[in-house]
Design a protein around this ligand. Structure first.
Ligand code: ADP
Ligand code: MG
Length: 242
């Protein structure tokens, strides 16, 4: 059974048909890279998976359960499927440590001491345990994004969504974030990553999917995707970004 299964997913923003029948499934431990031009529906697609967006047609199942089922607790779903955004979205008034410990305490009722112990380990894992008592504004973009990853991991997610996590970073900070993501991928995390970092895709993706106009136009393992793109739109896109 795939961990995430998407069947005939359609979404409209008002009259605008943004997702036009997406079908896919993601196995446990699979790393999927999603690319495509701006406005093609990539963010909308991954945001549907943890119900940050609603959708009007089709089904998404997670571990065999329809995510719209009455039995699904939305906070629990979002804990199990973590997300990292382009703009970090840290709580500015909380220290790094408290950014990471907040949700486990609130959603999982984890005692404070235990949440802090886990948080410090995660901050160490992403290479910033020495920044635990600073506020987000005192950190570089790359450090803030690593806090955002640690914050998502604090919920012990089964899968992680990344929405262009390095697009807002200065070039010298991109690798520190990609390296954390590569480690996660190698440790077996199930990941759906919207990114145009094709080096990352080549190194750790199991599959690359190309979206345009709300549809998946083609998909293939990275070697094949880069060497033999089939559709003109994919070729054009690759020519523009590589
Ligand atoms: P991508 O992430 O590939 O750039 P998005 O999923 O953000 O694409 O957006 C897909 C399309 O949906 C775009 O045309 C965008 O303008 C539109 N869109 C995104 N969010 C909204 C919204 N909240 N309301 C209306 N239209 C939206
Ligand atoms: Mg987007």
């Amino acid at each position: 059974m795939p961990m995430i299964e998407i069947k005939n997913l359609h979404k409209w923003y008002g009259d605008f048909h943004v997702l036009k029948g997406i079908n896919d499934h993601v196995d446990k431990g699979e790393v999927l890279v999603i690319c495509g031009p701006s406005g093609s529906g990539k963010s909308t697609f991954i945001r549907c998976i943890n119900r940050l967006e609603d959708y009007q047609k089709g089904t998404i199942t997670f571990d065999g359960t329809d995510i719209l089922d009455k039995s699904v607790n939305i906070n629990e779903l979002r804990a199990e499927i973590g997300i990292v955004f382009q703009q970090f979205n840290l709580y500015p008034h909380l220290t790094v440590l408290n950014n990471v410990t907040l949700a486990p305490q609130k959603v999982r009722n984890t005692p404070r001491a235990e949440a802090e112990e886990t948080a410090l380990k995660l901050l160490e894992r992403v290479g910033i345990h020495d920044q635990a008592h600073k506020y987000p504004a005192e950190l570089s973009g790359g450090q803030q994004q690593r806090v955002a990853i640690a914050r998502a991991l604090a919920m012990k997610p089964k899968a992680m969504l990344f929405d262009e996590p390095t697009s807002a970073l200065d070039p010298e900070m991109i690798n520190e974030v990609l390296n954390v993501m590569k480690d996660l991928a190698r440790e077996g995390m199930t990941m759906l990553c919207v990114t145009h970092e094709m080096g990352f895709a080549r190194e750790v993706a199991d599959r690359v999917i190309f979206m345009d106009g709300g549809e998946v136009i083609e998909q293939a393992p990275p070697e094949e995707f880069f060497k033999n793109p089939r559709h003109d739109r994919t070729k054009l896109f690759l020519k523009e970004i590589l």
